[in-house]
Design a protein around this ligand. Structure first.
Ligand code: PRP
Length: 204
């Protein structure tokens, strides 16, 4: 049995659709249920940011999560496959009229992605004061909470609608299949079979 952690919402829907195509059967959760057993799989629905924790602590053998979340959590996991959806970019954004002042003694950056932000500015040898937010990141520079933001840009509409622009791209992201290191050894055959099925389905 392979235990699969999925993030609630659109990524779970897209993943179940992909598994459904790979295994030739429809996979649908009953309303409000968090566990679904189908064939050799037990699917569980968790919060996006928690997928890596379930897999790292081996409550799930494999999981599906955005590269942004995986980079942020910095956990030792096996990255198996880029599933090719959930494509976006992690960017530094500022108000249209502002620009990054490389000589500023310190800049304040609002973000959900604290570790990615710290690493990015450390590489540029810039001092940052990071303010952790949980959503509506684009609001922060508009009301003087921060000079800049680090956030996910998908279509760019949220930034545009709020008078913000991308000043730097930190990394691209998309949804990846990940595995727990011990599960990858103990259940190698099952995991590789799944990997191959998904990989060939993605390419179809
Ligand atoms: C994400 C992200 C941006 C927006 C980007 O927010 O934090 O705000 O989507 O998408 P766009 O480039 O297509 O406009 P999400 O919808 O997850 O909400 P929250 O972060 O504010 O909770």
């Amino acid at each position: 049995m392979l235990r699969v952690a999925l993030p609630k919402g659109r990524i779970a829907d897209d993943t179940l659709e992909l598994f459904g195509r790979a295994f030739g059967e429809e996979i649908v959760f009953e309303d409000r249920k968090l566990i679904l057993e189908k064939g050799n799989f037990r699917f569980m629905l968790v919060k996006n940011q928690d997928v890596a924790s379930y897999v790292y602590h081996q409550a799930a053998d494999i999981g599906v999560a955005g590269l942004d979340v995986l980079e942020e959590r910095e956990l030792d996991l096996v990255k198996l496959l880029d599933l090719g959806f959930g494509k976006c970019r992690i960017c530094v954004g500022m108000k249209n009229e502002d620009s990054l002042d490389l000589d500023a003694p310190e800049i304040t950056v609002a973000t959900k992605l604290v570790n990615i932000t710290k690493k990015h500015f450390a590489k540029k040898a810039m001092a940052v004061n990071v303010i952790k937010l949980n959503g509506s990141i684009e609001l922060a520079p508009l009301v003087g909470l921060s000079d800049a933001i680090v956030d996910i840009v998908e279509t760019g509409t949220t930034m545009k609608q709020n008078g913000l622009k991308v000043v730097e791209e930190i990394m691209p992201s998309s949804v990846h299949l990940i595995a727990n290191k011990n599960s990858f050894i103990a259940k190698k055959g099952e995991i590789l079979e799944l990997y191959q099925k998904l990989n060939s389905t993605i390419k179809d």
